[in-house]
Design a protein around this ligand. Structure first.
Ligand code: F6R
Length: 619
């Protein structure tokens, strides 16, 4: 969470930083800020924008030195609040915040300055020992201006500085515990230092200009040549020069990579929201992901003959680790692999995994599922699995992301750039990989011949679902139910509704209702029931009857041609008939559209829902 950026070159830094921060805004949008230096005057100016959007100039403060001016502008709210920041200068750093410590407020916005206002710092991550560091610095007389954990970094830097910024950074990081990527700017200098331990940081290499950013989306309009910093590395960038060091200060080699996508993917292309565009991209995305069959076949530790080894217990289990939507994809994967390949699978919530001393050994295969490839908990789960000798595989969307680089084998899910904070096409691409994996492990060929046509047909339900949203957008609570491999889809549908429309929704296996949640059923709480014609259809139908007998409204997701459902459900969304194993893929689409249209009807900020960020790089 939080996005950071740095620029050094011959162009106006503010513009480049603001445009980069807009690309990084999916990482957090509680506040934003910039620090820029120019070399005209010897002043530091600090401007905050108060909650009414009015400038509150904190005064120009003169530095002791006669060189570069350090200008700061920061504000609670979106990056667009920075548009009025005309800060002169060609070197700068910027930040967009997802609040962890301290409310979203001007004073908690980055960059932070030391007391002499010589250093500016932007930080992504959590400094876990900040309270103890703060106490120590306070005892030395340091005055803090914010409630954040990040501010300790800048005061430590000032304390450790004795002429070389890189050395001060090295000394500072020895004191820090936790996860971080941060960038440091010092007045009177022509360099930016960035350091990484646990949060992503990438360097963009330009022509007489260089960049730092939390991810490549902020760099791609300027350069396609990038270097991914690894944990325990720091970098010093100057106009014409980029160097990397380890945390002992030893110089390392630059490993330059080429980005192979461009900004076109980051446009809404006429859609009202990125989320809607991304929902409609699913036929192409799924077609692309289906092409991964050959790649999955080649993964050495997934050869079908190994399936027998599972039976012989020499390979003990598959463990799927992921968070949120990706972990619901994992749950579908568990049902699929156990059903199709008859291999035991454990689906673990990554945020729980490492704290429960998991049973994972060298015989196991641990598979991370992640759109961003940066989710801190999923990354930590993979690191633990590797420590214990397990083989690791990643189903990852973002190329060269941290998890992609750390797993033994990566399959890129091919969803393309996903900008909407609520995951849609990344989810269905993960599902496709899990289908392919299940068939590969079973040594069988998957028949997906008419799947893409059916996905397209399902998307044509959009208008009907929009109309349905008129009837339902005013409800405050929903239940979602499903059985078997449609149960994870109920979880995913409920999550989509919660996160973008702020309507409370809970999901249960349909058979669990009578064990408690049926007490919630009333005229005020509608149920969305996933009831396609599969082997548990009759059972789910009975659960719907139980809801109707208690005056609950039911929206059923059912199979075209199903006559029985018409007699029980209040509203029906008919999806095309298919091989029952593919219903989760088809059902995902109306669930996404239902959440989307309810949220749109409520005029919610769909692509940037409150309190959320797309990439969760803190625990
Ligand atoms: C929900 C959503 C999140 C992510 C989760 C994991 O719509 O997007 O629940 O699925 O934060 O993120 P990744 O897949 O990047 O690891």
């Amino acid at each position: 969470m939080c996005g950071i950026i740095g620029y050094i070159g011959n162009k106006e830094a503010s513009k480049i930083l603001i445009s980069g921060l807009e690309k990084l805004e999916y990482r957090g949008y509680d506040s934003a800020g910039l620090a820029v230096i120019d070399n005209k005057e010897n002043k530091t100016s600090e401007i905050n924008r108060n909650n009414n959007g009015n400038k509150t100039n904190n005064g120009n403060k003169t530095n002791n030195n006669n060189n570069n001016t350090l200008h700061i502008f920061k504000s609670k709210g979106r990056v667009s609040r920075l548009y009025s920041a005309i800060l002169p200068g060609k070197i700068g750093i910027g930040h967009t915040r997802w609040a962890t410590h301290g409310l979203p407020a001007d004073k908690n916005s980055h960059p932070f300055l030391d007391e002499k206002k010589e250093f500016a710092v932007v930080h992504n991550g959590i400094i876990e020992n900040y309270l103890e560091l703060k106490e120590e610095l306070r005892e030395q007389g340091v005055q803090f201006s914010s409630e954040t954990d990040s501010e300790v970094i800048v005061h430590l830097l000032a304390k450790h500085y004795s002429g070389d910024v890189k050395d001060a950074v090295l000394k500072t990081i020895r004191r820090l515990k936790g996860a971080y990527a941060f960038c440091v700017l010092k007045n009177n200098s022509e360099e930016i230092i960035g350091a990484r331990n646990g949060s992503p940081l990438v360097i963009g290499l330009g022509n007489n200009e260089n960049f730092f950013a939390s991810d490549v989306s902020a760099l791609v309009e300027h350069t396609k040549n990038v270097v991914y910093l690894n944990d325990f590395e720091l970098s010093r960038i100057r106009h014409k020069d980029v160097e990397i060091f380890d945390f002992n200060g030893k110089k390392k080699e630059l490993k330059i990579k080429k980005i192979d996508w461009d900004l076109e993917q980051a446009q809404k292309s006429g859609y009202k929201h990125f989320m809607l565009k991304e929902i409609f991209e699913q036929p192409q995305v799924i077609a692309e992901s289906l092409k991964l069959e050959l790649e999955i076949k080649k993964i050495p530790f997934l050869m079908p003959k190994k399936a027998e080894e599972f039976e012989n217990k020499s390979l003990q289990k598959i463990i799927l680790v992921a968070c949120g939507t990706a972990s619901y994809a994992g749950l579908v994967g568990k049902y699929l692999i156990e059903k199709i390949a008859r291999i035991p699978v454990i689906n673990e919530t990554a945020s729980e995994f490492r704290y429960k001393d998991p049973l994972v050994s060298k015989d196991d295969i641990v598979i991370a599922i992640s759109q961003s490839g940066e989710t801190a908990d999923t990354l930590a789960a993979i690191r633990l699995a590797k420590q214990r000798g397990a083989k690791t595989l990643g189903f990852i969307n973002v190329i060269d992301s941290t998890i992609a680089r750390e797993v033994d084998h990566v399959i890129y899910t091919r969803a393309g750039l996903e900008i909407g904070v609520a995951s849609t096409k990344a989810f269905t691409s993960q599902l496709v990989c899990l289908y392919l994996l299940a068939f590969q492990l079973a040594g069988k060929k998957m028949n997906s011949s008419s799947l893409i046509e059916k996905i397209k047909e399902t998307l044509s339900l959009n208008k009907e679902i929009k109309e349905l949203s008129e009837q339902y957008f005013n409800y405050s609570n929903f239940l979602y139910i499903g059985r078997n491999m449609n149960f994870p889809l109920a979880l995913e549908g409920a999550l989509k509704l919660k996160e973008i429309s702020y309507i409370h929704a809970e999901a249960y296996p349909a058979g669990e209702l009578k064990h408690g949640p049926i007490a919630l059923v009333s005229e005020e709480t509608p149920t969305l029931a996933l009831c396609p014609q599969d082997e548990v259809y009759d059972k789910t139908l009975s659960n719907i009857e139980e809801i109707k007998a208690r005056k609950g409204k039911v929206i059923a997701l059912a199979t075209q041609g199903d006559e029985k459902i018409k007699q029980v459900a209040d509203n029906i969304i008919f999806i095309p008939k298919t091989d029952p194993i593919f219903y989760p893929l088809l059902s995902a689409i109306p669930l996404q559209l239902f959440a989307y249209h309810l949220a749109d009807r409520k005029e919610c900020d769909i692509d940037k829902p409150r309190n959320l960020a797309k990439s969760v790089t803190v625990e």
